[in-house]
Design a protein around this ligand. Structure first.
Ligand code: FES
Length: 546
C-alpha cells in the first residue's frame, strides 16, 4: 500500500506545485488554477482518495518503524524517513488553517487569503515554513520514486529528464509563491485591505484559535505516536538474548538472531555491508543469499518473494535476506557483492558468478590499421579509432548484443547471453550487417582523410562458453571464455586468408535459421578442436541475405 498511496500523494503535491507556479503569471491565474485544484482534490471522490492515501502512507511508515529490528539505515533511507516524518508536523498548521477551518467554520481559502496570512501576518515566517514544507515533502517523494523506479530497466535513460523535472517544478513553484506573496504584500499595504480580506473569508477569532490549537495538538500527537513507534524496536533490541539462536554468515561470522528481524536486518545490525538496492522491500533481489544448514526451519517464500525469485531464475536454496525471519540457527551466504547495483539485481544469480551458456561470439578486426596509423598524428589515430568503436558498438547493441571488450583495433561481442543460442545467432548476423553498413558510412564521412577505405574482418561462432564477471578492481565486466571464444577469434583470423569480410561457422548459420548456401563452404581444422569445422566465407557482408 505504500507505493499506491505515495503515488497519489505525489500527484497531489505535483499539481499543487504547478498551481503555485502559476503565481509567476499573476494572482488571478493562480486563483483560477486553485478552482480546478479544489474541484479535483477537495471535492468527492478526490478528497476521500487523498485522505485515505495520507492515512495509509503514515500508518505504513509507523508500522515499518515499529517492525524494525535495526536502525542501521542507508543514507537515502534515513533521509526519506526523516523527511517523511517531518511532513505531517510541518503540514498541520496549513491543513488546520485551510481545509479544516473551511469545513468547521466556513473559512474561505483563496490564494490571496492564504498568502496574506503567510507573507503579511506572519512577517514572512509562515511563508518560510511553507517553503520548507514544499521542499521536505517533494524531497521525500522524489527519493521514494527514485528508489522505486531505479529497478526499472528504462530508468537510467530517463533519469536526466526526470531529474531536470524534479528540480524545475519546485523551483518554479517557489518562484511563483514568492512572486504572488509580493503581489499580496503590495495589496496589503492599502489601508483596510487585510481586514476586508479576513471579513470576506470569515476569519473569526474562534476560527483562528481553533486552527492554531488544532495544529499544536496535532503536532504533539504526531510526535507522541512517532516516539511510541520507535519504542518497539528499541525494546526488542535491548531484549535480544545473547544465548539465543545464531545466524552463521558466510562461514565467518556468527550473529545473534534478533527476534522477529529479517536476515537482512540482522546482517546490517552487525555492521556488515549487504546489497539492498530497494531498501529491504523485496523488489530488487540484490539481497539474495544462499541458505545452508537450518533452511528447513524457514517457512516457504511468500507469493511476492516467490515472484522475485522466479524472475531471476533463482535455484532452490536461494532466498531474499530481506524476506526471511530466522528463528532457529541458520547459515546464509550472500550472492551479490555489497555494492551490487539495481542492474545486477535483474540478472539471474548464475551467470555473473560463472555459468556455462550457449552464446554466439563475434570477433571483428580493422584490416590494415597498423599501416594506416603509421603516418598519422597520435590525435588522428585516437579520433579515428573512437569513431570506429562508436559505430561498431552501436551496431552491436542495436542488434541486441553486448560489447565484451575492445582489444587494440578489434572488438569482441557476445550475443544471446539472455536470449539464448538461436536468438543470439540471429543477432550476431544482424550485427555484422549493421557493422558493415556503418563502416561504409564512416568511410564516406572520412573519404577526404583516408588514402583507402577502412576494411574489417568478422568471425562468428556459436557454442558453449563460460560466462561470468571477470577482471580486477574497476576493470571488471561480464565476459566469456572457452573453446567457442577461441574458435570465433580464429575465424576472424581466417578472413585474411580468404580475403573475406565475414567467416561464419555453419553451426551459427544453422542456429540462426539462415540460408547462406550461396556462399563458399570450407572445412577447416581449428587448433584444440577434435573435429574440423564447417565454415562459410562471405567476401562482402553487404551481400548477406536479410
Ligand atoms: S533488499 Fe531488495 S529484495 Fe531484498
Amino acid at each position: 500500500m505504500r507505493l499506491p498511496s505515495g503515488l497519489v500523494l505525489f500527484v497531489f503535491l505535483a499539481s499543487h506545485l504547478l498551481n503555485h507556479a502559476a503565481g509567476l503569471v499573476s494572482l488571478d491565474v493562480m486563483e483560477r488554477g486553485l478552482g480546478l485544484f479544489i474541484l479535483v482534490w477537495e471535492k468527492q471522490p478526490g478528497l476521500t482518495l487523498l485522505a485515505a492515501a495520507f492515512a495509509v502512507h503514515i500508518a505504513n511508515a509507523l508500522a515499518s518503524i515499529w517492525q524494525r529490528r535495526s536502525f542501521r539505515l542507508k543514507g537515502w533511507q534515513a533521509a526519506q524517513l526523516g523527511l517523511g516524518l517531518a511532513v505531517p508536523i510541518l503540514l498541520a498548521a496549513h491543513v488546520f488553517g485551510t481545509v479544516i477551518a473551511y469545513e468547521v467554520f466556513g473559512v474561505g481559502t483563496p490564494y490571496r487569503y492564504v498568502l496574506a496570512r503567510l507573507w503579511v501576518e506572519g512577517g514572512g515566517t509562515g511563508a518560510l515554513a511553507q517553503a520548507l514544507l514544499v521542499l521536505v515533502a517533494w524531497g521525500h517523494g522524489c527519493i521514494g520514486l527514485h528508489y522505486w523506479l531505479r529497478l526499472k530497466p528504462w530508468y537510467s535513460r530517463a533519469l536526466p529528464y526526470l531529474y531536470a523535472a524534479a528540480l524545475l517544478l519546485p523551483a518554479l513553484a517557489l518562484a511563483g509563491f514568492v512572486s504572488a506573496g509580493m503581489q499580496v504584500s503590495a495589496l496589503a499595504a492599502q489601508p483596510g485591505w487585510m481586514e476586508a480580506l479576513y471579513r470576506a473569508n470569515k476569519l473569526t477569532p474562534e476560527a483562528r484559535a481553533f486552527a492554531e490549537n488544532g495544529a499544536l495538538w496535532t503536532r504533539l500527537a504526531i510526535l507522541a505516536v512517532v516516539l511510541a513507534a520507535f519504542a518497539g524496536p528499541v525494546a526488542r533490541m535491548l531484549l535480544a538474548r545473547r544465548d539465543g539462536p545464531k545466524l552463521y554468515y558466510r562461514d565467518s561470522r556468527v550473529l545473534d538472531i534478533i527476534p522477529g528481524a529479517t536476515a537482512l536486518e540482522i546482517i546490517r545490525a552487525a555492521g556488515i555491508p549487504q546489497a539492498m538496492v530497494c531498501g529491504g522491500r523485496g523488489r530488487c533481489s540484490t539481497c539474495r543469499v544462499r541458505i545452508g544448514t537450518g533452511g528447513e526451519h524457514l517457512p516457504p517464500p511468500s507469493p511476492e518473494e516467490a515472484r522475485v525469485l522466479q524472475r531471476i531464475g533463482a535455484p532452490e536454496g536461494v532466498r531474499l535476506a530481506c524476506q526471511i525471519r530466522p528463528v532457529r540457527d541458520l547459515e546464509v551466504t550472500p550472492l551479490l557483492p555489497p555494492n551490487a547495483t539495481a542492474r545486477e539485481g535483474f540478472h539471474g544469480p548464475g551467470h555473473r558468478h560463472g555459468q556455462e551458456r550457449e552464446v554466439a561470439v563475434m570477433f571483428a578486426d580493422l584490416r590494415g590499421f597498423t599501416q594506416l596509423s603509421e603516418h598519422r598524428l597520435p590525435y588522428d589515430v585516437v579520433f579515428l579509432l573512437n569513431r570506429y568503436f562508436a559505430a561498431m558498438g552501436q551496431s552491436i547493441e542495436e542488434a541486441g548484443g553486448q560489447v565484451d571488450k575492445f582489444i587494440g583495433d578489434g572488438v569482441m561481442a557476445l550475443f544471446g547471453v539472455e536470449s539464448g543460442r538461436d536468438a543470439g545467432s540471429r543477432q550476431a548476423l544482424d550485427a555484422a550487417r549493421r557493422m558493415a553498413a556503418r563502416l561504409a558510412e564512416l568511410n564516406q564521412a572520412l573519404a577526404s582523410d583516408l588514402k583507402e577505405p577502412l576494411r574489417m574482418g568478422i568471425g562468428l561462432h556459436v557454442g558453449p562458453a563460460i560466462i561470468g564477471e571477470m577482471g580486477y578492481g574497476g576493470v571488471k565486466g561480464l565476459t566469456a571464455v572457452g573453446d567457442t571464444v577461441n574458435t570465433a577469434s580464429r575465424l576472424e583470423g581466417l578472413c585474411k586468408t580468404y580475403t573475406a569480410e565475414l567467416v561464419v561457422s555453419q553451426d551459427l548459420i544453422d542456429h540462426a535459421g539462415a540460408d547462406l548456401s550461396a556462399f563458399r563452404i570450407e572445412r577447416v581444422a581449428i587448433r584444440g578442436r577434435g573435429n574440423d569445422l564447417s565454415i562459410r566465407i562471405v567476401p562482402e557482408i553487404a551481400d548477406l541475405p536479410v
